[in-house]
Ligand binder design. Sequence first.
Ligand SMILES: NCc1[nH]cc(CCC(=O)O)c1CC(=O)O
Length: 307
Amino acid sequence: MFLPERPLRLGTRGSPLALAQARMTARALCAAHGWPEEAVAIVTVQTSGDRIQDRALADIGGKALWTKELDRALVEGAIDFAVHSMKDVETLRPDAFRIAAMLPRADVRDRLVGADDFAALPANPIVGTSSPRRAAQVKRLRPDATITLFRGNVATRLAKLAAGEVHATLLAAAGLDRLDQQDVGATIAIDVMLPAPSQGAVGIETLGDNDAMVAALCAINDGDTFDAVMAERGVLKGLGGTCHSPIAALARVEGEFLHLIAEIISPDGQETVREETRLARGDDAAQAVGHALLGRASPALRSLFEA
Ligand SMILES: NCc1[nH]cc(CCC(=O)O)c1CC(=O)O
């Protein structure tokens, strides 16, 4: 067995959610290998995404804002592996990195916080979110809603809601659960609000040429989660999607196959293009689903996916 001579350095963002996910990963890795707790040291790295709080992600450089400082730490050897919410990991990653493992996926659904359901919101509700997907899905359900930009970590968003800045907000159930906020919000069914690609999945990345680290991480990989999330990322790849783009996708393992649902939605919620299909596990067919969605979209919706 691979036994580290010194503590392995796990790199993570410093938000409470990121730290909770880092601790889950460290615990799983030590348990899988029979290592003492001290075998993994958590190293916090501040990212641009954490620093810049007042603008939508899409306007300031996209998802690389969450990964680039951790990437640099990996390349410079300051950390041995990095833990990410897969939802925040860009679709196209530099070749040097390898997503070596994913933890078993948590609840993939969103929760509405501030009302029991969308129908219970007052007329002309103000809903805080900076996710183009959630904004479009809210407009589809409630055309009278006004969307207001809402960023910051989970606690910040809940504080803004409590201060009355908005009638409601949406948060991933996975994040709330990991922060011990199981009682916050009303869970929304998948057929009402299809989640973001990769929602609820924690991924672990290392340098592709670090064979010992890759092997050690493989021991905690959940293969079903990995295949499902990779298929959802395949849809993003096929769409050329970024975090500007209202895209939802969910794959679930069914025996030898993946059941995949994906949709793109116009920002006003008036146009939805949806595909539902069965795919072989671990192939590139998910990218073709992305192409199929674009092929059926109106020119206006399609233009959101052109660079
Ligand atoms: N974009 C921020 C982000 N990235 C991952 C999560 C939640 C955890 C997850 O989806 O795995 C969140 C917060 C949220 O969407 O509520």
